[in-house]
Design a protein around this ligand. Structure first.
Ligand SMILES: [Zn+2]
Length: 302
């Protein structure tokens, strides 16, 4: 990591520390960059510079620690240069856990499988010490579970609709507050899908996933990979509007609810057990199967 990056990160992470203290850190980094050469005007001896550099390292180690960021999580970190610098130098704060330290740079605990200090696994409650060399392991793909229920945050209505169309139960209400959504997730045991890092940092949240993309087909690929959904699709089993189950219905029983064209061209129908909406294998179904084919191809080519 170059000195300029260290300066920025220390200032960003200084938190409640005074600006004067941050300035000391900045000078320390500059001193380190000068090293033992005669860059500082040539007025100081090599021995003096070496002592100064040694003191700088000692000071820095007493106030900082590092976190190595896996490449797959670099997009979640607030600092834009992390894609170039995979190890961040952060300012040390007393009593800060490794979970809080990692979340302070933008990575929610839901995205982390394991925490390490100097390659030794530590719990998320581990209190960070000055000079620690921390690292994290991202959550891997999880095995499929037929009992898994998702809950989509208020900005992911389209994703909720598609997950339901594909047969994966997904709770969603456009007007939920964050508290209501988290309460529902807690009582239902559902996995929260969201693009909000702040939502996933809530302590009461047990299961969640940070969605990266803004496009629904890309979002589906992300969710399919994390939860191994691709071999478990059940099209037209759930109502895309209300998440209730669909049941087959005789055409004659609903024929008065159908448009003339639908009445003429389609024979198999389903009705939502809750809201009563009627569905059939029409053009939307064909679009859905095309989309599934694309998603499956993309996953198999990864
Ligand atoms: Zn319905």
């Amino acid at each position: 990591m170059d000195v300029h990056t260290k300066e920025i990160l220390i200032l960003l992470q200084s938190g409640t520390q005074s600006l004067q203290q941050a300035e000391v850190q900045r000078r320390t980094c500059r001193s380190m960059s000068a090293g033992s050469s005669s860059v500082q005007g040539g007025h100081r001896s090599d021995a003096s510079n070496r002592t100064s550099a040694k003191q700088a390292v000692m000071i820095e180690n007493h106030r900082t620690f590092t976190i190595a960021i896996p490449e797959s999580l670099s997009w979640t970190v607030y600092h834009p240069r992390v894609s170039e610098e995979q190890e961040l130098l952060l300012h040390w704060n007393p009593h800060q856990s490794i979970k809080d330290a990692v979340e302070s740079i933008g990575i929610p605990h839901t995205e982390i499988q394991r925490y390490f200090c100097s390659s030794e696994q530590v719990p998320e409650s581990y209190i960070v010490l000055p000079g620690d060399e921390l690292s994290i392991e991202p959550v891997d793909a999880l095995p499929y579970s037929s009992s898994r229920v998702f809950i989509a945050d208020t900005h992911l209505g389209k994703l909720a609709t598609y997950l339901r169309l594909l047969g994966f139960p997904t709770l969603y209400q456009r007007d939920w507050s964050p508290g209501e959504l988290l309460g529902c997730a807690h009582h239902s045991g559902a996995v929260v899908l969201t693009r909000s890092r702040e939502l996933l940092k809530r302590r009461q949240l047990e299961q969640g996933m940070l969605i990266r993309s803004t496009q629904v087909d890309d979002q589906l690929v992300e969710v399919f990979i994390r939860f191994a959904l691709q071999d478990h699709l059940q099209l037209l089993s759930l109502c895309p509007h209300c998440n209730a189950g669909l049941i087959g219905v005789e055409k004659d029983d609903i024929i008065d609810q159908l448009e003339p064209n639908t009445r003429q061209w389609y024979q198999r129908f389903f009705r939502c057990s809750q809201c009563g909406q009627i569905y059939w294998y029409g053009s939307h179904y064909e679009q859905l199967t095309t989309m599934i084919g694309t998603i499956t191809d993309r996953i198999s080519n990864l």
